[in-house]
Every structure is written in structure tokens, then in C-alpha cells.
Unconditional design. Structure first.
Length: 283
């Protein structure tokens, strides 16, 4: 039997999504929007309350119409809650649609990289929450950072929190200027981890391992280490030190990775580049 909604403290209860009233519209049901939608339904959101606008719906999204979701309704009208999961480059091209869905008190949750609260307010109006999730949301292990506009009420913030929490943890900030760095660290961060898996496997092959074995070792090592980091209360630095014996093999590798031109400098430059690009997308 499903124990219900899991809270951050590990206890279970009724999902707050079951108490959402009115119509919710999701504009953009690609990988991230689709993952959020599946999370909402899994945690008890009534499918009949949901309208989805997606020009190229996947088979999985199309099949949800049988559960009561309204897919690409001709005239959805003003909705209580609007979640925008479009690519930032296509945002303004959908202005007419978004304005038709938004009323003065509509809660608008944007998960578009670089799109500022001001730009969403300009196009849509409503009470805007800007959020940045990441792709582990697809398996319920995402981390999202959200910032509310000044006119977002307590009840609307609770609704936004429930919607975002359906795919993982949520952190709230009050300073929107942090969101570009958030995008660079957690929004783009999964790609850095996947690149590490690629390069760890490639290096293993270069050291003489068969490709299949090197790939499996890299994937499982990163997945297992991530789970250990997730479960442990110890800082990452302590976990690293626990693996490292003085003068051993790990120390030899870390001496390269932690050199003056090593991982710290590379990561600092990478995050700076991603932060700058996020700011560019806002223009």
C-alpha cells in the first residue's frame, strides 16, 4: 500500500497536492515539464484539474488524456495556477497564449533558465515564482531553488512549494540575483556529473580496462558515491579524506586533480561561464 506523501523529516502524510483547487495549466511538457506532471499525478493531483499545452507531446503525455487530463484544449481560459516549462528562447513567442491563461491572481511558476520575475510579469502578469529544478526530478531526486515575487501570498507560495516538491527537495531564497549561480550549480550540475562518468570510463579504458567494464565501474562508482553523499551527514571533504590513505593510490590521483590547474580551477571557470550565460538569457 502506498504510504502517502513523504515529508522532508521522513514522516508520511496526505500530499498537499490533493488539496489544490481550481485549474492548473502546464505549458511545455518536455523532459522537465513531463517529469513534474508525472510527479504531481503520483502524489494525488486530480488529473481533471490539469490542462497541458504541448506542441509535440510524447506518447506518455498523450496517454494521460485517458486519465482525464485536457491535452491542448482549444480555449482553456484563465487558470488558477500556470506552470511554464518552455525553453527560454520560445517564451516570448508564446506570449499571447500565456496572457490568455493568466488572471490578476493567477499563480505563475516559471522553471525557465534565465527568465527573470520581471520578464515573466511583463509577458503574463499574475503572481510569479521563479524556480530552477534539475533533471534528477525525473526520478523524484531533484533539487529546486525558488524565489517568489513580492505579490506572492502565503497560500500561493505553499501551492508552488507542493508542486515543486513533487519531484524532490526545494530550497527558497529571497534574493533573485542568486538564481543565475543556482542555475549554474544545480540546474546544469547533472551534466557535469555525467561528464565525469564519461571521462572516468575513458580514462579507465586508456589504462587498459575493457570498455564495458570501465563504463560499468564508472557509472556504479559515481551512482554509489552520490548515494553515500546523500545519506551521510559528513561534509564532502570528510568523505573524500576517508577514502584517501597517505601515500596511496587515491592520494596519487588527487594530487593531479587538486593541483593548481586542477579541478577547482576548472569548476570555478565552468560555473562562472554558466552563470554568465544565464544572465545573457535574461536579456
Amino acid at each position: 500500500m502506498d504510504p502517502g506523501f513523504r515529508r522532508d523529516d521522513g514522516t508520511f502524510g496526505v500530499s498537499p497536492l490533493q488539496h489544490i483547487t481550481g485549474t492548473l495549466a502546464l505549458v511545455g511538457a518536455g523532459k522537465m515539464g513531463g517529469a513534474m506532471l508525472m510527479g504531481w499525478l503520483a502524489q494525488g493531483l486530480d488529473p481533471k484539474r490539469v490542462a497541458v499545452v504541448e506542441s509535440a507531446p510524447s506518447e506518455k503525455i498523450s496517454a494521460l488524456a485517458e486519465r482525464g487530463i485536457r491535452l491542448n484544449p482549444k480555449e482553456p481560459g484563465t487558470v488558477d495556477t500556470l506552470v511554464i516549462a518552455l525553453k527560454p528562447q520560445s517564451f516570448r513567442g508564446a506570449a499571447a497564449l500565456l496572457k490568455s491563461l493568466t488572471g490578476p491572481v493567477t499563480l505563475v511558476v516559471s522553471i525557465m533558465a534565465g527568465a527573470t520575475i520581471a520578464s515573466v510579469e511583463e509577458v503574463c502578469g499574475g503572481a510569479v515564482v521563479r524556480a530552477m529544478p534539475n533533471t534528477p526530478a525525473a526520478i523524484g531526486c531533484g533539487i529546486t531553488v525558488a524565489v517568489p515575487a513580492e505579490n506572492v501570498g502565503a497560500a500561493q507560495r505553499a501551492t508552488a512549494d507542493a508542486l515543486l516538491r513533487a519531484t524532490g527537495r526545494v530550497e527558497w531564497v529571497e534574493d533573485e540575483s542568486l538564481m543565475d549561480a543556482v542555475t549554474a550549480v544545480s540546474g546544469s550540475g547533472p551534466a557535469y556529473v555525467f561528464l565525469l562518468a564519461e571521462e572516468l570510463a575513458r580514462a579507465g579504458i586508456a589504462a587498459g580496462l575493457p570498455e564495458e567494464l570501465a563504463t560499468k565501474l564508472a557509472r556504479d562508482t559515481i551512482a554509489g558515491s552520490g548515494e553515500l553523499l546523500h545519506r551521510s551527514e559528513l561534509p564532502a571533504a570528510t568523505l573524500r579524506q576517508n577514502v584517501t590513505s597517505p601515500g596511496g593510490t587515491t592520494a596519487a590521483a588527487l594530487s593531479v586533480l587538486m593541483d593548481d590547474d586542477g579541478l577547482r580551477q576548472l569548476m570555478t571557470r565552468a560555473i562562472a561561464a554558466a552563470t554568465a550565460r544565464s544572465k545573457e538569457l535574461a536579456k
